[in-house]
Design a protein around this ligand. Sequence first.
Ligand code: FAD
Length: 624
Amino acid sequence: MGFIDYDKKYDVIVVGAGHAGCEAALAAARMGCATLLLTINLDAIALMSCNPAIGGLAKGHLVKEIDALGGEMGKNIDATGIQFRILNTRKGPAVRASRAQADKQLYRLRMKHIMEQQERLHLKQAEVTGIVVEEGEVRGVDTKVGVRYRGATVILTTGTFMRGLIHVGLTHYPGGRAGDLPSVGLSDQLRDLGFAVGRLKTGTPARLDGRTIDFSRLEPQYGDDPPVPFSFSTERIDQPQVPCYIAYTNPRSHDIIRSGLDRSPLYAGVIEGIGPRYCPSIEDKVVRFPEKDRHQTFLEPEGRDTVEYYPSGLSTSLPIDVQWAFYRSIEGLENVEIMRPAYAIEYDYVDPIQLHSTLETKLVRNLYHAGQINGTSGYEEAAGQGLMAGINAALRVRGEAPVVLDRSEAYIGVMIDDLVTLGTREPYRMFTSRAEYRLLLREDNADLRLREVGHRVGLVGEGEYRLFLEKRERIGAELSRLKGAKLLPSEADPAFLEEFGMANLQNALTHEQLLRRPDLTYEELCRIDPVAAQVPPAVREQVEIQIKYQGYIERQLDQVERARKVEGTAIPADFDYIAIPGLSAEVREKLVKFRPDTLGQASRIQGVTPAAVGILALALKARG
Ligand code: FAD
């Protein structure tokens, strides 16, 4: 087919306007690149395919990092959230995480508005059917209506759309997500180019009509008061919050589910894609945990001005008649009407092992992949990758060195390193347990870790950067003030000393020493330290964590320092592993297949032994 060449040439072309595509396109345009975003449906920009929520365990960390780097997700949820909560407040700071319910339609509309206002960013509705590759480099994309757009770099963020196949019971039909067309042709071309294209699966629950739910029989769950924003740039959340409701399945629900398994595409062997182990469907849970007689669900409102509710944890691909009976077996949902049925979707993804740490593909220069196309699952995972792909494509256009976050700097770094080093055979989602330096990678210090990077590439504006510098300075000043401020036994309030087990105190203690005591918080310190009471909450939080966890933090910093030597040693792309004596055939084969960018990555490939890493290190040194 002949294509009509569009008369403009772009620096960056982004394919797809999901959570990865939005961050990628905004980053590239904000960094000065003429950017084109092509997507199948302009009304579905940043649409939440599944749960109407942002954040959660480890995902909240990703959002904070995206925000610190100058991305949009945190600001978007702050403006459109309808319930905000900090999870794990009783646990240590490393695992505390923010989560917010979103008004799904407002979230999408605000993101579309931001993109439309963005200078240098063109939005166009079109399905991309192929990429243009010349001399091993991507040069543009072709669209279904026969237009060829030329671009210096291309970022693919196709989500669940490539050869998407929707299943409800034994009925199935092509779709990128319920109500959206699939993307056809693109993954075949990628396979022809040598990419390893695989098949994954995910699922979503039904959407329920709130007018038919008996909320009086359910337990409400409210947000935090006051709500805490995601973005380091949001001062406060003003909009009122709405509750979610807790409900439970019961033995009858489970019997109904079991009775429908013979018509489940999953159990009848119709679905070939691998599903998310950590986000199983309700039929999976009932089969895998037969001893459990109930499963919890949160009924989450999809927005302020809609009656639709999302029952979290109840995704299914069972036939619609089984869905009717199953949802209605739950207390409070006896008369519930389903507005949109639950379904599963299978889609093509590309093995991320074929990517550099910059998210550029190893096979085609200037082509980047980000989001669910890389085998991940989740809005936040997608947005984090989209942002990094956008930054790196823009840096390529500007002729500057790429940005790669390492595992000690960010969860985004951990995620990308996991993907490009180990690949994935099942939907990958972020967990705090994936990070070896958890205590360094906290939500609260994401700005201290990453604001500089965001400012350096041009995504963090001068005003936001100034506020950050002031905060950092105040933290430093307060830390040194607390080292000098003293509690003198002769002048101290005896009741205070008694309360904290210091009735027999002989020598003066610095306020830093006091804060180190596990039972004494900053708030309590304010009772005897009037200057501390004037310190802003964000500075207080940081100072308190840095003092209380100093020993552990220093230990992790030591480990990072020791690992840095290996991490930082680059391996040239054309490195000849076959010529290195001493490597086993298995190790050689793995290294040739994975082509790690650094010695650190090589050390994480399964089967590459410490001895092999030592041999590699010597060979790299000899090469100079
Ligand atoms: P998407 O949000 O899927 O966006 C892809 C974008 O690319 C769309 O705008 C689409 O129109 C566009 N596009 C695709 N192909 C083309 C093309 N050829 N040309 C032009 N545009 C194109 N995540 C979870 O964390 N937990 C869950 O339980 C969960 N369940 C899910 C259930 C379902 C049914 C679905 C569909 C998704 C689910 N997800 C879940 C995944 C979540 O929606 C994604 O992880 C996230 O949206 C991925 O973001 P993305 O930007 O990579 O892709």
